[in-house]
Design a protein around this ligand. Structure first.
Ligand code: HEC
Ligand code: HEC
Length: 395
């Protein structure tokens, strides 16, 4: 069955030694990439929390602390869950963000992004496209531009007050290039250009390379099983795997070796938090394409090391893997009787009841409004496959 679907163990030779990796690692934790110098990429994508933050929704610049203990203070609650970064760079992922607003076509070498300067076949700023080699690198251009995530409120710093994205990137690059601690490293990574020729895309490329090589999980029990160790999965997890690839229908979207089709579907997870749209709603892919058939669609996440990355879904509404599996078995109940079960969150988490029926009406045909028929035992087995079978203890 797995062979028919071309499912193979993942393998990847990581580079954690090159100057490019070291530069990316340094930038990933550098708060100077945020306007008010109070938050880094790592705040929301922390190695201790499965490369996410253990919160349903992250708290942006102005907040304090990390992980579940982070407090809001002068910060903002971001409308989408901070996704994990595991295997994001090693499997040729070409779309980034829950709604795919950053894309890379590796054949045509064309980027699609929210900044018109780095878009299409003849971008206005080719110098900002040239250093980027992947969707992951292109993505790293954008968190520092988001007021609530990293940039800060207008009037609070020179990055927030920059007149354009291009200017904000120039100012951020300058902040880094003038630092003594970066000079030698930058010269090593980019020996052929002078320090004034370094732009934000060079820095983004380094962050992309770091993430691709740092957040890697290729030795889960499932991978060991695929490599021939038939005892790597417990009998329960094995039953779960069989369900995943048959009547459980999970494989229809979580397909291929990285357990994602790289496409967008509406699975009608409950919606919590401020929402990306008005009225606490989040219309997902529709916000980018404006096509009615894309309403409420989000990117299928890959599922390796999923046990370390709770809570789940684009708004972090589902607290545990079991709750996700239960949702698929009964999406109406999961929405109508939603209770997140979160305790001691640093903020209130309002639920969007208003648009719930719309989401359910448009749920993907692979699931249907009645859900995927799963018995108690099936739910147990699937939960075991996902939480134990797909998760490696160290990575
Ligand atoms: C305030 C928290 C926060 C900070 C800081 C932050 N991120 Fe994120 N990150 C998020 C959220 C939330 C999303 C999803 C947003 C969406 O899809 O609309 C995301 C998405 C991503 C993705 C896309 C993953 C995927 O599979 O689609 C990558 C990669 C990423 N961030 C890397 C970074 C890097 C690199 C930085 C620093 C330059 C950074 N993040 C800073 C919260 C944060
Ligand atoms: C129609 C396609 C589709 C099917 C079928 C499907 N999924 Fe999903 N899955 C998705 C999408 C899309 C998301 C993200 C939804 C969101 O965030 O709103 C998701 C999210 C998840 C998540 C949360 C991951 C995270 O990082 O937040 C888990 C776990 C999961 N699915 C497991 C399963 C299991 C188990 C099955 C089978 C019982 C299944 N899926 C069936 C498309 C699908």
């Amino acid at each position: 069955m797995l062979r028919e679907q071309n499912i193979e163990a993942l393998s990847f030779k990581t580079d954690t030694k090159s100057p490019l990796f070291k530069l990316g690692e340094k930038l990933f934790v550098d708060k100077d990439l945020s306007g008010n110098k109070n938050i880094s990429c790592q705040t929301c994508h922390h190695p201790d929390f499965g490369s996410s933050d253990k919160l349903p929704l992250p708290i942006g610049e102005g907040g304090n602390g990390i992980g579940p203990g982070r407090t809001v203070d002068d910060g903002h609650i971001i409308s989408r869950n901070s996704p994990h970064l595991i295997n994001a760079g090693i499997t040729g992922k070409t779309t980034m963000f829950w709604d795919g607003r950053v894309r890379f076509d590796p054949i045509e070498k064309v980027f699609t992004t929210p900044e018109k300067g780095i878009n299409g076949k003849q971008p206005e700023h080719p110098e900002l496209c040239k250093p980027l080699t992947s969707a992951l690198s292109a993505q790293a251009m954008f968190p520092p531009l988001s007021n609530h995530e990293m940039r800060g409120e207008p009037g609070s710093n020179e990055i927030a007050d920059a007149k354009s994205n291009i200017q904000a990137w120039e100012k951020l690059t300058k902040r880094i290039v003038v630092k003594l601690s970066y000079k030698t490293l930058l010269k090593k990574v980019f020996p052929d250009i002078s320090l004034d020729e370094i732009n934000f895309a060079h820095l983004a490329e380094a962050m992309g390379h770091f993430q691709a090589n740092n957040f890697v999980a290729t030795n889960t029990p499932f991978d060991q099983y695929l490599r021939g160790d038939k005892n790597a999965l417990s009998p329960k997890a094995k039953k779960g795997a069989i369900l995943f690839y048959s009547s459980g229908r999970c494989f229809m979207c979580h397909s291929g070796s990285n357990l994602t089709d790289g496409k967008f579907h509406n699975v009608a997870f409950p919606q919590v938090g401020p929402g990306k749209n008005t009225d606490r709603d989040d219309k997902g892919l529709y916000n980018i394409t404006r096509k009615p058939e894309d309403l409420y669609k989000f990117k299928t996440p890959s599922l390796r090391n999923i046990a370390t990355t709770a809570p789940f879904g684009h708004s972090g509404s589902l607290k545990t893997i079991r709750r996700v599996v239960e949702h698929y078995s009964h999406p109406m109940r999961s929405n109508h009787h939603y209770d997140g079960g979160f305790r001691n969150l640093p903020y209130e988490l309002p639920v969007d009841w208003n648009n719930m029926n719309n989401r359910l009406r448009l749920i993907a045909p692979q699931i249907g409004r009645m859900g995927i028929p799963l018995s108690r035992e099936d739910i147990d087995n699937l939960t075991s496959f996902l939480s134990v079978g797909l998760t490696q203890t160290s990575y």
